[in-house]
Design a protein around this ligand. Structure first.
Ligand code: AR6
Length: 184
C-alpha cells in the first residue's frame, strides 16, 4: 500500500528490513545499544561488527540512550548506508506516556535522517515485539507521527514501513486507511 503525503511517498510493505535499500533503516534498539533480539538482533547480524563498534563509541561518549531518542551509525554490510537506532517504550498498559514516547522515537529518527540529508528511510514496527505495545494503537501513533512530520518537512523522498509479519502489516494498512483514505 502506498500514497503520497505532501512531497513524500509513504509505503507499507511486508518483509525483512535488513534487505531494505533505503538510505537508512531504523532499528528498534534498547537503551544499552549493544544489540538484542528481534529486529535489533537481525540488523546487527546482517550488518556485521562495524555497527556495534560505533554503538560502543556512542555509548562511551553519551551513556545510555533514553527512550524516545535516536542516534545514527554506519550500516556496515547492509544495503542501507546508515542505521538509525531508536528506543521505543515498553508497554505498561498505556497510561505511562507510551504513546508520546513512541511518537518521539519516530520523530527523532526522522529528524536525524533530515539532518544528515538522507532521502529515504525504512521503519520497523517499533515497540510491538519484545516491548509489548499492542499493534493497532502502535500503528496509529507511528503513522500519524510520520504523516505530521511529512506535512511539515518536504525533504524526504520516501518513508517505508517494512513489517515483518502479515498481522502487523494488516494492522498498519487498517490504520493508514483510517488516517489517510485514498492509499492503494
Ligand atoms: N525486519 C522487520 N521487522 C522485524 C524483523 C526484521 N528483520 N525482525 C523482527 N521484526 P522487536 P521492540 C519485527 O521485538 O518491541 C530487542 O531485543 C517484529 O516482528 O524487534 O521495539 C531490542 O534489543 C515486531 O513486529 O522490537 C530491545 O531490547 C517489530 O519488528 C527490544 O527488543 C518490533 O519487534 C525492543 O523491542
Amino acid at each position: 500500500m502506498e500514497l503520497t503525503i505532501n512531497k513524500t511517498r509513504l509505503s507499507l510493505v511486508q518483509g525483512d528490513i535488513t534487505q531494505s535499500d533505503t538510505d537508512a533503516i531504523v532499528n528498534a534498539a534498547n537503551p544499552g545499544l549493544m544489540g538484542g533480539g528481534g529486529v535489533d538482533g537481525a540488523i546487527h547480524r546482517a550488518g556485521g561488527p562495524a555497527i556495534l563498534e560505533e554503538c560502543r563509541q556512542i555509548r562511551a561518549e553519551r551513556g545510555r540512550l533514553p527512550t524516545g531518542q535516536a542516534v545514527i551509525t554506519t550500516g556496515g554490510k547492509l544495503r542501507a548506508k546508515h542505521v538509525i537506532h531508536t528506543v521505543g517504550p515498553v508497554w505498561h498498559g498505556g497510561d505511562s506516556g507510551e504513546a508520546e514516547l513512541l511518537a518521539s522515537a519516530y520523530r527523532e529518527s526522522l529528524k536525524l535522517a533530515v539532518e544528515r540529508a538522507l532521502k529515504t528511510v525504512s521503519f520497523p514496527s517499533i515497540s510491538t515485539g519484545v516491548y509489548g505495545y499492542p499493534v493497532a494503537p502502535a500503528a496509529k501513533v507511528a503513522l500519524q507521527t510520520v504523516i505530521d512530520f511529512l506535512n511539515r518537512d518536504e525533504s524526504l523522498g520516501e518513508v517505508v514501513f517494512v513489517l515483518f509479519d502479515s498481522t502487523t502489516c494488516r494492522a498498519y494498512e487498517t490504520a493508514l486507511q483510517e488516517l489517510a483514505p485514498g492509499g492503494k
